[in-house]
Design a protein around this ligand. Structure first.
Ligand code: FAD
Length: 473
C-alpha cells in the first residue's frame, strides 16, 4: 500500500487530536535533548489509548512502516528521535497519562506510559507513599521512557533502578497484539520473565503502554551533607563506613569533582558552595528513613566527625533546613546545564565496580592530562552505584571544532579503559544510536547472538525503532 494511504489510515484511527504532520508541530519530536541528533518524519502519532496504539502498530506492521516510540524525549543517546531519512513515524505516548489505579494495601500503582515521572511522585505523596525513582529530567521524562531505558538516578543505592521498581507491564507488540501483563505480584515464578526484556530495550521490542510499579513508605527523616574529600578513594571508604554505621540508610551518594562544582557556582544563578576553601572532590550524601524519630543527623555527624579526625574527610556542611537541602540538590542537578555554558563536552556515562573506582579515575585522569591538552575532567555522578558521568569539557579559550574532532578517539580510549577495569560503557542512559558500535565491541558473541535472536523473535520485520541498540541486519 502506498505510504500516503497508510498514513491516512493511521490518522483515521487516532482522530484529529491524535496526529501532527506540519513541520512546526513535529519539530519538538525530532531533536534529541542535547541537540546531537535531528531527525525527520511525515507523521507524529499521539494515541490516547492502548487500543489506538495496537491499531496503529497493526497498520504499520501490514505496511512495513517503522515506528519510533517516544516518551518525554529526554533520552541522551538518540533512541527516541527518528532517523534523518523521514521514513519512520514517531509514536508519542504523552496523551496516555492516566493513573489507572493506586493500591495502598499492596503498595502499588498502575499508570499509563505517558505519565510524567514527577506526576507519579505527586500521586504517591497524596496517599502518603513514595515512588522513589528520581532524576534530573523528572519534570518531563515519562514512565514509559524510564522503563524503556531502565532509568537509574539518585536513589538507586537504596531502591534500585527501574527494573527493580516494576511488577507488571502492558505492551503492544510489533504485530499489534497486546501483552496484558499488569501483574501486581511480588512473587511469581512461572517461567521466563518476559517483561524484563522490555526494560532497557529502548523501544526496539514493543511499545509499553502501562505499568504496575512498586510504592514505598514516605520518607519522614533525612540528613544531608556536602562533604569535601582529598581523593576518590575517600568516597569509597566513606560509603562502606556510612552504610554500616547508619544501618544502610544511605539513599544518595553523589560524587562531584571540584571543576564540576566550580562550573555550577559560576554559571547557575543562586548556586553557591557552602564550604570554604577549594577541595579536589565533594560528596552530596543523604541518609533517609521512613521513621520520623530516627536520629539521622546525629548518625551522619558522628560518622563525618570520625572521618575528619582520620583525614579521609577534609570538611563538611550539614544541611539544617529544607531550603539548604534544596540548594545542595540544585548544585548537583545543575551541573549538566552549567557544562553547556562553558563550551563543548565529551561525555561518558560509565559504571565500574566501586572497589576499582579510585584506580580507574587516577588512570583515566592521567590519560586525559597527557592526551587531551585542550580539555579538563569534569566528573560527577552516582558514585554509590559505581556510576560516573566521566565528562571532559573544553578548556577556556580552546578551539571548539578541534576539541570535538577528537571525540571518537577519546571515547574509544575511555571505554577501553572502562572495559579493562570490568566496567560498562553505558551505566544508565542506554545504547540508542550513540553506542551501537560499543555494544557490538564489548558484548560477548554469545550474548550478542541472544540479543539478536530476541529481536528477531519479537520483531521479525524490524519495524520497531530500527537501528537503535542493535544494527539493522
Ligand atoms: C537533565 C537530565 C538528567 C538525566 N538524569 C538521568 C539519570 O540520573 N538517570 C538516568 O537513568 N537517566 C537520566 N537522564 C536520561 C533520561 O532522562 C532517561 O533516559 C529517561 O528515562 C528517558 O525518559 P523519556 O520519557 O524522556 O524517554 P525518551 O527520551 O522519549 O525515550 C528514550 C527511549 O525509550 C524509548 N521509549 C520511550 N517511551 C517508550 C514506550 N512507551 N515504549 C517503548 N519505548 C519507549 C524511546 O524509543 C527511546 O529509545 C537524564 C536526562 C536529562 C536530560
Amino acid at each position: 500500500m502506498e505510504i500516503a494511504a497508510t498514513l491516512e489510515r493511521i490518522k483515521g484511527v487516532v482522530g484529529p487530536r491524535g496526529w501532527i504532520a506540519d513541520p512546526r508541530g513535529t519539530e519538538p519530536y525530532l531533536v534529541e535533548a542535547r541537540g546531537l541528533y535531528r531527525g525527520a518524519t511525515r507523521l507524529v502519532v499521539r494515541p490516547a489509548s492502548t487500543e489506538e496504539v495496537a491499531a496503529v502498530v497493526r497498520i504499520c506492521a501490514e505496511a512495513g512502516l517503522p515506528i519510533v516510540p517516544q516518551g518525554g524525549n529526554t533520552g541522551l543517546v538518540g533512541g527516541g528521535v527518528p532517523p534523518e531519512d523521514g521514513h519512520n513515524i514517531v509514536l508519542a505516548l504523552g496523551r496516555m497519562n492516566r493513573i489507572r489505579a493506586i493500591d495502598p494495601v499492596n503498595f502499588t500503582m498502575t499508570v499509563e506510559a505517558g505519565c510524567i515521572l514527577a506526576h507519579l511522585h505527586q500521586a504517591a505523596a497524596e496517599i502518603d507513599l513514595l515512588f522513589p525513582l528520581s532524576l534530573g529530567a523528572e519534570g518531563s521524562c515519562q514512565i514509559g521512557g524510564n522503563l524503556s531505558t531502565n532509568a537509574g538516578g539518585v536513589n538507586v543505592l537504596r531502591y534500585g533502578m527501574m527494573r527493580d521498581l516494576v511488577l507488571g507491564l502492558e505492551v503492544v507488540l510489533p504485530g499489534g497484539r497486546v501483552l496484558e501483563g499488569l501483574s501486581s505480584l511480588r512473587k511469581d515464578n512461572t517461567g521466563y520473565d518476559i517483561k524484563s526484556l522490555f526494560l532497557g530495550a529502548e523501544g526496539t521490542l514493543g511499545v509499553i503502554t502501562a505499568a504496575t510499579v512498586k510504592l514505598f513508605p514516605q520518607i519522614r527523616a533525612r540528613a544531608t551533607a556536602l562533604v569535601a574529600l582529598p581523593e576518590v578513594r575517600a568516597a569509597v571508604t566513606l560509603l562502606g563506613e556510612l552504610r554500616a554505621g547508619s544501618g544502610d540508610r544511605i539513599s544518595s551518594f553523589e560524587l562531584i569533582s571540584r571543576p564540576a562544582l566550580e562550573l555550577a557556582t559560576r554559571h547557575i544563578p543562586g548556586v553557591s558552595d557552602p564550604l570554604t576553601g577549594a577541595h579536589p572532590w565533594y560528596l552530596l550524601c543523604e541518609l533517609s528513613s521512613a521513621r520520623a524519630a530516627e536520629p539521622l543527623d546525629e548518625v551522619l555527624e558522628e560518622a563525618l566527625g570520625a572521618a575528619l579526625t582520620r583525614g579521609t574527610v577534609l570538611d563538611a556542611a550539614l544541611v539544617r533546613s529544607e531550603r539548604e537541602r534544596a540548594a545542595l540538590w540544585k548544585l548537583r542537578e545543575s551541573i549538566p546545564e552549567a557544562q553547556r555554558h562553558e563550551g563543548a563536552s565529551l561525555k561518558h556515562d560509565i559504571s565500574l565496580p566501586v572497589a576499582v573506582l579510585a584506580d580507574f579515575v587516577a588512570r583515566a585522569a592521567s590519560w586525559i592530562g597527557a592526551n587531551v591538552p585542550d580539555g579538563r575532567l569534569v566528573a560527577y555522578g552516582h558514585v554509590g552505584d559505581g556510576n560516573l558521568h566521566f565528562n571532559i569539557s573544553q578548556s577556556a579559550g580552546s578551539d571548539r571544532e578541534r576539541f570535538l574532532s577528537r571525540a571518537d578517539s577519546v571515547r574509544c580510549a575511555v571505554h577501553e579503559l572502562v572495559h579493562e577495569f570490568g566496567g560498562s560503557f553505558s551505566a544508565e542512559h542506554g545504547v540508542g544510536r550513540t553506542k551501537v558500535a560499543e555494544l557490538e565491541r564489548y558484548t560477548s558473541p554469545v550474548e550478542l547472538a541472544l540479543m539478536r535472536a530476541v529481536k528477531r523473535a519479537f520483531d521479525p520485520h524490524g519495524i520497531m525503532n530500527p537501528g537503535k541498540v542493535l544494527r539493522e541486519q
